[in-house]
Design a protein around this ligand. Structure first.
Ligand code: LLP
Length: 422
């Protein structure tokens, strides 16, 4: 039995999200589609704000988890700030109502043009990921005669047990600067228009323990003390995101459990403490709804072939992630199936040996849970498939917050008259 996520319930044997029948929404919007609950998002944000209510904390939502404009407007209205990794995300953040001062610009490969645009907009803070980036930033800030606030993102080289594709603070990861390189960078930034305010880290995603945070914070604090003796005062610290959630199977920590241990460790810290949660704010507030196309009889198990595919939901193919699947019509009985999509790749497999009701029929709807974070944002049009629509439910209101991007839309970019390049 799969536990239902927030705002989901069966009413008269059919699945409801807030006050809406998923079956009815599907008939209106067309399938497959993503669907989010505003109440669930706001609830997650409130829990995060309560846990991190100590005034030293500043919560910056990591846009990469879900940057749909309507979702960002909800997040901005709840007074969170923003963490971005591209100019595209900056444009979205500004449109959604975040002020430029509220934005932290992270990312390992910011281009000159991105840095210049972010400076022009007055982005609040740059998290610098290399000595080379610092050099460029110093140059561009001098050229523009502009003072910028920055932090150096370090790689604290701690190990975490999460999927290997989502660790970012271990030896050999491309992110951040080695702690023994920071002093040199502080010297190069001295007397320039780049004002280094502190150290930042982001050690990975879907982290289910507090120990790696504590180990990493220890390393940061130790170095900050050392830099003080060299005359560099770093007042602020950015812990990144990464707070793990339960995808239905594993046990996860609550925001409060994370904040309690972090606060204990930083009890004497006087400056600001930034955090950048993404997944924990939005993952369980989203669903992916899709019809079944075929039940293909096969050995050792039947395949359930869905209309949705890996291009719509990449996490199973990329990280072997399991998103629990439930039927929209409530049914009894149980049988094992391999649930797959129609794309011509064997990795287009959502779950092997998935337990679903014994009687499934082509055309009926199933629903993937925990599909709010890193799902719609990572979708693409592989196999010339459409990019599917997104819907938001909020109390008595349901709205389409992104219409499907269809082949005829994409084809426009290929059927314009050729632009000769030589
Ligand atoms: N801050 C920085 C600098 C980051 O790189 C990330 C995520 C976050 C914050 C937010 O982390 P979160 O709280 O969401 O764990 N596509 C993968 C996850 C990649 C995360 C990348 N960085 C997935 O679907 O699991």
């Amino acid at each position: 039995m799969v536990n239902l996520t927030q705002q989901l319930s069966y009413q008269q044997q059919t699945l409801f999200f807030e006050n809406f029948s998923i079956q009815k929404l599907a008939e209106k919007i067309g399938t497959p589609f993503y669907c989010y609950s505003q109440r669930a998002i706001v609830d997650n944000i409130k829990q995060c704000q309560t846990a991190f209510s100590d005034p030293r904390f500043h919560i910056h939502y990591a846009l990469k988890a879900n940057s749909n404009l309507s979702i960002l407007k909800i997040v901005a209205a709840q007074n969170l700030s923003a963490d971005i990794v591209s100019i595209g995300e900056m444009q979205r953040a500004l449109l959604a109502g975040f002020s430029s001062q509220q934005i932290i610009f992270s990312g390992v490969g910011k281009t000159s043009s991105e840095i210049q645009q972010a400076m022009q907009q007055g982005v609040g803070q740059f998290n610098i990921e290399s000595a080379e980036e610092l050099e460029l930033l110093i140059q561009l800030a001098a050229d523009a005669n502009h003072t910028v606030n920055a932090m150096i993102r370090v790689n604290p080289e701690v190990s975490i047990s999460t999927h290997k594709n989502i660790t970012t603070g271990a030896k050999g990861n491309k992110f951040g600067v080695r702690l023994d390189q920071v002093l040199k960078m502080l010297h190069s930034a001295k007397n320039t228009q780049v004002k280094i305010q502190g150290l930042a880290m982001h050690i990975g995603s879907q982290i289910q323990q507090t120990t790696p945070y504590l180990a990493a914070i220890d390393k940061l604090l130790l170095h900050i003390e050392m830099f003080k003796t060299e005359g560099f005062i770093l007042n602020n610290i950015d812990l990144g995101g990464g707070f793990g959630i339960s995808y239905g199977q594993e046990k996860s920590l609550t925001f409060t459990q994370f904040s309690d241990v972090i606060m204990q460790k930083l009890k004497d810290w006087k400056g600001k403490i930034y955090i950048e949660p993404g997944r924990s704010i939005i993952a369980d507030a989203g669903l992916l709804i899709t019809p079944i196309t075929y039940i293909k009889h096969a050995e050792p198990r039947p395949f359930v072939i869905l209309e949705a595919a890996m291009n719509d939901l990449m996490r199973p193919a990329l990280y072997q992630a399991i998103h629990p699947i439930i039927t929209v019509a409530q049914k009894q009985g149980e049988q094992q199936y391999d649930v797959v999509g129609p794309v011509c790749e064997s990795t287009d497999t959502f779950e092997k040996k998935a337990k679903l009701p014994a009687l499934l029929t082509p055309g009926e709807l199933v629903c993937f849970l925990y599909a709010g974070a890193y799902c719609a944002v990572m979708s693409n049009s592989y196999n010339s498939r459409n990019i599917i629509s997104e819907v938001l439910v909020n109390g008595e209101e349901a709205s389409c917050i992104r219409t499907a991007i269809k082949q005829q839309d994409l084809l426009q970019f290929e059927t314009q008259p050729y632009q000769l390049l030589s």
